[in-house]
Write a protein that binds this ligand. Structure first.
Ligand code: NAP
Length: 280
């Protein structure tokens, strides 16, 4: 008998706004694969039941989003090294009957820079300044450390910057002392929600950056933030956040459906159009 077509999910609460079904649906269709990727609203009280019975319910795995990324860590059989380092799970899959929790955000972050700013990590002793110390900052710091960067973290709430700097063997710097550190930065990454639609813009004086520095904003709503615009105006390479979202989805899809998908211009256009349409 043929095995059933693989079914994967994204769980969160709420979940209606997740763009992951659009992304995985694009790959399923363009690769001509049988299978599905479905949104499932799972309230916190139902998380344990959902995760413990997911194999019996016929799921091959899926994505985990807010508010479950940390809570789900205690419910899996194994964590991958990235989930351990980041302290959160965004992808679940079954391996030899065991449920594994992984985190693909750091992979997505560096793959986006590899694609959009080739050579961004070339050379020894590279330094990065990371703005923000929330969930996304952990993935970004992990990705940067894995690529050999020295890291400096600045955050509005300084205690969180100090804690993350300790976790990722970096240095914390006070928000109001940032400009002095920018002169030494090869890469600057915004992981705060500043610049996101509905939030104030991130105001950062980029004049101290050297000419080869790369500025990355992981915010992708809007696609082009004020930070990216000022980096481009200053002649710097500027990388937006949409590619991180696209690239972080690759490893999960490969595990659930058995084919490694590609981040193509057509996929970027589908997601970009969705971002623009929802902003209109
Ligand atoms: P989070 O855990 O809530 O962290 C938010 C961060 O923004 C904190 O460091 C917070 O500082 C800072 N912040 C918020 N308002 C601020 C303000 N008015 N002034 C200065 N700092 C402020 O959120 P997250 O999950 O890390 O997400 C952060 C951003 O990354 C969001 O825009 C999200 O969409 C984006 N993101 C993108 C991707 C992608 O794939 N491209 C993936 C994940 C997240 P405090 O600690 O002081 O509150």
């Amino acid at each position: 008998m043929d095995s059933p077509a693989p079914r994967a999910f994204v769980i969160g609460h709420p979940i209606a706004h997740s763009r992951s079904p659009l992304l995985h649906g694009f790959w399923l269709r363009s690769l001509g694969l049988a299978g599905s990727y479905e949104r499932v609203d799972v309230a916190p009280a139902n998380l344990t039941g959902f995760v413990r019975s997911l194999a019996d319910a016929g799921w091959v795995g899926g994505n985990v989003t807010i508010p479950h990324k940390t809570a789900v860590m205690a419910l899996v059989d194994d964590l991958d090294v990235d989930a351990e380092a980041i302290g959160a799970v965004n992808t679940l899959w079954l391996e030899g009957g065991r449920l594994v929790g992984g985190n693909t955000d750091a992979i997505g972050f560096v793959a986006n820079l590899d694609e959009e700013a080739p050579g961004w990590d070339d050379g020894a002793g590279r330094r990065a300044v990371v703005l923000g110390a929330g969930g996304a900052a952990r993935a970004v710091l992990h990705g940067l450390r894995r690529r050999g960067f020295e890291v400096v973290v600045a955050n509005r709430t300084e205690a969180s910057a100090v804690a993350l700097a300790a976790r990722f063997r970096g240095e914390a710097v006070a928000w109001d002392r940032l400009s002095a550190r920018l002169a030494m930065a090869d890469v600057v990454v915004n992981t705060t929600s500043l610049g996101m639609a509905g939030q104030p813009p991130l105001r950062l004086d980029l004049s101290a950056l050297h000419d080869q520095a790369v500025v990355c904003d992981i915010v992708y709503v809007p696609l082009e933030t004020a930070l990216l615009q000022s980096a481009r105006a200053r002649g710097l390479r500027a990388v937006g956040g949409l590619g991180m979202l696209l690239h972080q989805a690759v490893p999960g899809f490969a595990r659930w459906f058995g084919v490694t998908p590609t981040v193509t211009p057509a996929l970027r256009e589908v997601l970009s159009a969705d971002v623009r349409a929802r902003a209109a």
